[in-house]
Design a protein around this ligand. Structure first.
Ligand SMILES: CC(C)(COP(=O)(O)OP(=O)(O)OC[C@H]1O[C@@H](n2cnc3c(N)ncnc32)[C@H](O)[C@@H]1OP(=O)(O)O)[C@@H](O)C(=O)NCCC(=O)NCCS
Length: 178
């Protein structure tokens, strides 16, 4: 999709280094490789915003199906993760445009709910989501592990809120209304 001279598109193999943001997120090298492999087998959709000169300035990944069906069940519920816009490009509408694009895409594919987790310490992001229709539906211990770029296992504990939004139905019908 074209938006203000930028494009929202799915990642390519050659984008993986750019997702490390000049080293800031180098620790997630293997995580991003895994996301890409999951994309290749149809389980994730890793979207980025690509600007003509600046390159990739934002990302929002979607898990379509996973072990926790309350987050992603493959047909009605999709889980959003790893959402960020580079600081120099924040508060210019890019994040909203990317989120809206992804919600519209998912609705068009038949999904009705988007789910996510946001750190309890990230008030700005929680408010951003609330302003766009997301509500807190639960809590999560926020424990997860990953293998960093040096091959070391890392453990993260980041207590989070679980949020979700009903994004509507492709046919436009609301099952709560007669
Ligand atoms: C959360 C995040 C992705 C939002 O991206 P963004 O590009 O800043 O989002 P937007 O610019 O669309 O909107 C942010 C705010 O700026 C406002 N804004 C948008 N364009 C603006 C402009 N031209 N001038 C002033 N404000 C503007 C928006 O209205 C919004 O405020 P609101 O929520 O009160 O409506 C970004 O802040 C980010 O990367 N944060 C760090 C990582 C993070 O916390 N990710 C979420 C993890 S769960």
């Amino acid at each position: 999709m074209d938006c203000q001279n930028g494009v929202i598109r799915l990642i390519r193999d050659s984008d993986l280094i750019a997702l490390e943001w000049d080293g800031e997120y180098i620790r997630y090298r293997r995580v991003y490789r895994d996301v890409y492999e999951q994309y290749r087998i149809g389980r994730t959709l890793p979207w980025v915003i690509d600007l003509p000169t600046a390159g990739i300035i934002g990302q929002l990944f979607v898990q379509l199906d996973g072990q926790n069906k309350s987050l992603a069940d493959g047909y009605l519920r999709a889980y959003l993760f790893s959402f960020r816009v580079k600081p120099a490009y924040q508060k210019q509408g890019w994040g909203s445009a990317l989120l809206e694009y992804v919600e519209n895409y998912l609705r068009d594919k038949g999904f009705e709910w988007t789910t996510l987790k946001v750190s309890k310490s990230n008030d700005n992001a929680r408010q951003f989501y609330e302003h766009r229709g997301y509500i807190v539906v639960g809590e999560d211990g926020g424990e997860w592990r990953y293998i960093d770029h040096l091959g070391a296992q890392q453990a993260v504990i980041d207590p989070s809120y679980r949020m979700e939004k009903w994004i509507g139905r492709k046919d436009g019908k609301n099952p709560l209304l007669r």
